[in-house]
Every structure is written in C-alpha cells, then in structure tokens.
Design a protein around this ligand. Structure first.
Ligand SMILES: Cc1ncc(COP(=O)(O)O)c(C=O)c1O
Length: 463
C-alpha cells in the first residue's frame, strides 16, 4: 500500500488515495503483494532497494502526476517479480534460477486445463464474441455466470443475470466498486493482513482510502483462533476512522482469506453483515478462492448461501476465474467430475508437503485447508522484530533464489510473517523449500521454541 504525507493528517489506520497526492517528489509508497514496503515518513530520495527511484526509468515527464505516482508505485512493487522474470527457474535451462513461491497462482493443473481447452467445443468463436457487449458483459455470459455461481455458491434462490457484472478480473472489480460506491477520499474498512494489491486497485484507481482493522496473532478475549475478525474489532476501527475525520462507506471481506487461508463461518459472516447494515456500510465479499477449498473439514460457505442477506442492496460478491481456473468457459460436468477433485487432491498433496517441511524445521504456521498459501511465522528469525529485518530476510531468500511474500505487503501489523505459495509442481516446491532451509540454517533464532498457539491445522481449527 502507499501513504502520502499531508500536513495535518493524523490517521494511523488509513491509507490515502490519489485524491490526497500532492507531488510525486515528496511522496512515498508501499507495495504490491510480496514486494516493497516503506515507513510512513520516509521520502523517496531516502529509499533504497525496492522502490529505489534510481531503479526506475527516469523519463516520466510525459505522465500526469497521477500517472507518475502509479508508475512509481508499480515499478517499486514489482521488484521481486521483475527479478524473478529475469532469472526464472527452469529444470533444464536454468536450474539455479529463482523459484517463485511468492505469486498466488495455481500451477498444478496445467495438464488438465490444456487438454480441456484444446477440445473442439472450445474452439468456436462466434462473430458476436468479437463485437461490443452490453457494458455489464455479454448476456449469455452473465446468464452462465449466474447459473454457475448459484450452483457452486449453493444460493437458496437462483442468482439473476441482471445482477451480474463481468469485468476483466478481480482487480478491475475492486477499482470499479470503489469508484461507484464511494466519493473520492472516502474509505473502506479492511481487516489486515490482506491481499495487498487491493490497496492499488481502490486507492490508485478508485481514489479512495482503506481504514485498517488490525488483527493479532495472539488469541485473546473471545477469539478462538489467531488473526480472528470480530465485530468488536470492526466497531473499534470504525470509531477510530470517524475520530480521524474519515468517512467510511464499506467493508471488504475476503473468504477464503488471502494470505491467512481462513474461511468465515456462516455465523461470522452474518455478524459482519449485520454490523455493516447497522452502519449503512456496503460489504464487498471477495470469494475468488471459493473453489480452491481442498479440505472439506473447513466447512466453507459462500456468503450467497446464507438464507437471508441483511442488506442485499449493499452486498457485493466477487468471484474470478483467475484462481479457481485461470480461465473461463468450462462445462460444469467436466469441472465437477475431473477438474475440481483432481485440483483439490493436488493442492492437498502440495500443502501436506510444505507443512511437513515447516514442521520439521520447527517453524509455526497457520494452515487452513483453503487457497494456495500458508501463512508462516518467522518472527524468531528477527532479532529486533522490525519490518526492516523482515525485508532483509525476504532479500536473503531472494538472493538464495526463492521468492516469497512478506507480511508488510499484507499490512500485517507484526513483523516476521511470510506467505508461502504451495500450488506448484513437486520438483519446484522441493527445491524452493531446500533453499528456504539453507537461508534459515544460516540465521540465528531469537527464540528456540516455536510458538505453538499459532500452528493450526484445518481439522483443529473448528474443533
Ligand atoms: C483475494 C484476491 N482477490 C482478488 C485477486 C485479483 O484477482 P484477478 O487476478 O482476477 O484480478 C487476488 C489475486 O491474487 C486475490 O488474492
């Protein structure tokens, strides 16, 4: 995320959007998932490494100040990804290249998908597909999406195509929703840690702020698990935003959560929705990992499966093909009988492998049975427990040719958490974990004992 200095703005919990940007030269920013991170009062010229302006092509004079900010932001955010693309691991051609366990993609089912996509029923291109659609997307597509989501979300009443809008990816949906639901400078509440690129989509393009609901790994009060969202925490964050003069218009929820892999129970969902209704807030529920729940025991439920939505006019649900399929247009039969069972089995096997590796290393982690990632607690490798050390550790991993995502990218308030993506082929995972082990073997630990309260298996979680 990024934050820009404004003389008398005191908000600690909000991220300012471009509406507040003064000038690129005095601005500073924060990152995309797995990438750069900056302190609030740092100035661009002091930045080094990720986001270092010297690394960024200099001729931006043809851009608006907004364009320069967006460019600076993306250039900064993508250092890890750029480095990876310059030195990608390849078993034969570049075996010492970087293993990418940082980007949340599913690389396990390419064989199934490429076979399915090469079948003759996938090769038809009707003329209408090449012509302008309704601004909400082609009607036939919205009808298919409505049927698809009614079925997979287990919606008690069928969804209507007129309530479906199709855009080119989840990212665009965030920008569009921020734009149509908020005035410039208004805010959405969002629990942290969260998928960090939402910041760009709503702040850079949607021109609105994020007000953070900071969650802790420590289980306190009525919490039953680490990083638990409760209505009390939502109420507190809302009060804080109001006291800072920030108008909050909505709440963003992600389930299954990225990076935690948590899913919200129907009771929790209901409580959050009732909270939102009480304060006349919109709720965006991002369910892009809906079909990547590979452990039945987590009991995932889509918000659309609830009997009654407290405030349907202000409830917006997002789903995308990018995670669950990486593409669209598949037939249901094949999805249920071939793709989903095989994808879940592969996700589970990859997840088991990485979990066992982490356990053998004595590293605590949260393990939820959904999504493509494990939220890993490496706090014991940070002697002072700072975000600078977190960044240095991330760099050590990258220098040792394994790309991970660090917690600051998700606005985690505790330095030392990392997201490991496990949805990759066995040989790459194996090599990636070997490189992780090498880095950690060279580091001294602050505390010898793992903090057991943070390791939760999916089956434990709901017991
Ligand atoms: C929770 C979440 N929402 C949305 C997106 C973006 O989706 P898309 O790739 O379709 O833009 C991501 C991508 O990582 C994500 O993790």
């Amino acid at each position: 995320m990024f934050t820009l200095p404004q003389k008398d703005f005191r908000a600690r919990t909000t991220c300012l959007g471009p509406a507040c940007m003064q000038d690129l030269g005095s601005s500073h920013g924060e990152d995309l998932e797995g990438e750069c991170s900056r302190k609030l009062d740092q100035k661009l010229p002091e930045l080094r490494g990720v986001g270092d302006p010297a690394m960024i092509s200099s001729d931006t004079s043809y851009l608006s100040s907004r364009g320069r900010m967006i460019k600076w932001f993306w250039d900064s955010a993508e250092e890890g990804y750029r480095t990876y693309h310059m030195d990608e691991y390849d078993e034969d051609k570049n075996p010492s290249g970087i293993i990418n366990l940082g980007t949340s993609e599913n690389k396990l089912c390419f064989d199934l998908l490429s076979w399915r996509l090469s079948q003759s029923d996938m090769q038809r291109v009707e003329p209408s597909l090449l012509q302008y659609a309704d601004w909400r997307g082609h009607l036939f597509l919205r009808e298919e999406v409505a049927k698809f989501l009614s079925f997979y979300c287990k919606s008690p009443v069928p969804l209507r195509p007129e309530n479906v809008v199709v855009l080119n990816g989840g990212a665009s949906l965030f920008s569009a929703l921020a734009t149509v639901l908020c005035e410039a400078g208004e805010a959405f509440l969002i629990p942290t840690p969260y998928y960090g690129a939402i910041t760009q989509h709503v702040c850079l393009y949607g021109n609105i702020r994020l007000a953070y609901v900071y969650l802790d790994s420590e289980v306190t009060g009525l919490d039953t698990r680490p990083f638990q969202l409760t209505v009390e925490k939502l109420e507190m964050a809302l009060r804080e935003a109001h006291s800072e003069g920030v108008k909050v218009k909505g709440l963003i929820l992600i389930s299954p959560q990225n990076p935690l892999g948590d899913v919200y129970s129907p009771e929790e969902l209901q409580e959050y929705l009732v909270f939102a209704k009480r304060h006349r807030l919109h709720v965006i529920v991002d369910e892009v990992y809906m079909l990547s729940v590979f452990e039945k025991s987590v009991g995932y439920r889509s918000v659309l499966s609830l009997e009654r939505l407290p405030d349907p006019q202000r409830t917006h649900v997002m789903w995308a093909t990018s995670k669950d399929f990486g593409m669209s247009g598949l037939r249901f039969d094949w999805i249920n009988q071939v793709y989903l069972p095989e994808n879940h089995a592969r996700l589970k096997a990859a997840h088991t492998y990485v979990s066992e590796e982490l356990r053998a290393l004595g590293i605590p982690f949260l393990s939820r049975g959904a999504g493509f990632f494990i939220w890993v607690d490496l706090r014991k490798y940070l002697p002072k427990g700072t975000f600078e050390e977190e960044m240095l550790l991330w760099r050590c991993f990258l220098d040792n040719k394994v790309l991970l995502s660090f917690g600051k990218a998700f606005e985690c308030k505790e330095p030392g958490w990392f997201r490991f993506v496990f949805s990759d082929q066995a040989h790459r995972l194996c090599l990636g974990m070997q490189r992780v082990r090498q880095v950690l073997a060279g580091k001294s630990q602050v505390a010898e004992d793992p903090r057991p309260s943070q390791s939760q298996e999916p089956s434990d979680q709901r017991r």
